[in-house]
Design a protein around this ligand. Structure first.
Ligand code: FDP
Length: 332
């Protein structure tokens, strides 16, 4: 089989793909390079002084960076020079990241979570980088936060890099979902999972059940429905890694549902944990492209207009059968 790289794949589908312009290709190329650098650091995490808290000094006398801060810096450093972005937003930064005056600007917004699942780093559990790309609608040199806060349905591309037993890129430009695996011997991501479609129904539910006491009654009913084997209902297995990219990737390939419901510990302020812009929206874009669904319990994730950069949202994402079941229970 001929081995196809990400950029070759993008160019081969140029006709169907309005995004296969020089600028988008440039953006993807830079992101891929940043991810290779992060992947190399993740693979050596146990060997290098990249583990541990910031503020430490390593053997070279340099300040030790936490891996998530390292990943954040790599992406910002490379992408701000790309000439194709008008601004960025990172899960690690409180505010929008402007492109410095000395670099040229483009028309894309890049929104990213540099290292998702980072509480798992020290245990060698799979983690990932999530990204989402929007287009600037107005022709201004200094885009405002308001311009960046677009509905997930306006994403022009989204994806993630998974640093697992192998490093993968899974992404979509709205023309299906495609997966590429990094071949370390040639240093390229090669097409390994073309046109990923999520099964219509799965056999796995995924949720942190330790929070059961903090859920409202409807949410408890939702989770109970996946344990219900009465009247010949099929049984589900429970899997929960606690690293969104890894839990989502399994859900995408095997089907089933991943849930992070709202926490009602403070009944006046029930809230989800996952971030709409950095986590829920890009995964929702991918799952819908793969034939699945993503909702907050009531509405489609991609229809939510963000009010702030770090907005959190409950998330139910996966195969259509399981997500519809959740919607039915919340509606009842
Ligand atoms: P982490 O805190 O390790 O960065 O939103 C971040 C995230 O991980 C997700 O990757 C993961 O799905 C979730 O939080 C896990 O949260 P819980 O530990 O509360 O289950």
């Amino acid at each position: 089989m001929r081995q196809i790289t990400v950029i070759e794949h993008l160019l081969l589908h140029q006709k169907e793909n309005p995004l296969a312009t020089g600028n988008f290709t440039r953006l993807l190329t830079e992101l891929i390079l940043a991810a290779k650098i992060i992947s190399r650091a993740v693979n050596k995490a146990g060997l290098m002084d990249v583990l541990g808290e910031t503020g430490e000094i390593n053997v070279q006398g340099e300040e030790v960076q936490k891996l998530d801060e390292f990943a954040n810096r790599v992406i910002i450093h490379r992408l701000q020079r790309s000439g194709v972005l008008c601004a960025m937003a990172s899960e690690e930064n409180a505010d929008i990241i402007e492109i410095p005056e000395k670099y040229s600007k483009g028309k894309y917004f890049l929104v990213f979570d540099p290292l998702d699942g980072s509480s798992n780093i020290d245990a060698n559990v799979s983690i990932g980088t999530i990204f989402s790309i929007y287009k600037q609608e107005k022709d201004t040199d200094y885009p405002t936060l308001g311009e960046l806060l677009q509905k997930g349905s306006q994403q022009v591309a989204a994806g993630y890099f998974l640093y697992g037993s192998s490093t993968m890129l899974v992404y979509s430009t709205g023309q299906g979902v495609h997966g590429f695996t990094l071949d370390p011997s040639v240093g390229e991501f090669l097409l390994s999972h073309p046109n990923i479609m999520i099964p219509k129904k799965g056999k796995i539910y995924s949720v942190n059940e330790g929070y059961f006491p903090f859920w409202d009654d409807k949410t408890k009913q939702v989770i109970a429905s996946f344990k219900d084997v009465s009247a010949g209902k099929s049984s589900y297995s429970l899997r929960y890694i606690g690293s969104l990219v890894a839990d989502f990737h399994r859900t995408l390939l095997y089907g089933g549902i991943f849930m992070y419901p709202k926490d009602c510990r403070d009944p006046k302020k029930p809230r989800g944990k996952l971030r709409l812009l950095y986590e829920a929206s890009p995964m929702a874009f991918l799952v819908e492209q793969a034939g699945g669904m993503a909702v907050d319990g009531e509405q489609r994730i991609l229809d939510i207009l963000p009010e702030e950069l770090h907005q959190r949202v409950p998330l139910f994402i996966g195969s259509a059968t399981e997500v519809k079941k959740v919607l039915d229970i919340y509606k009842s």
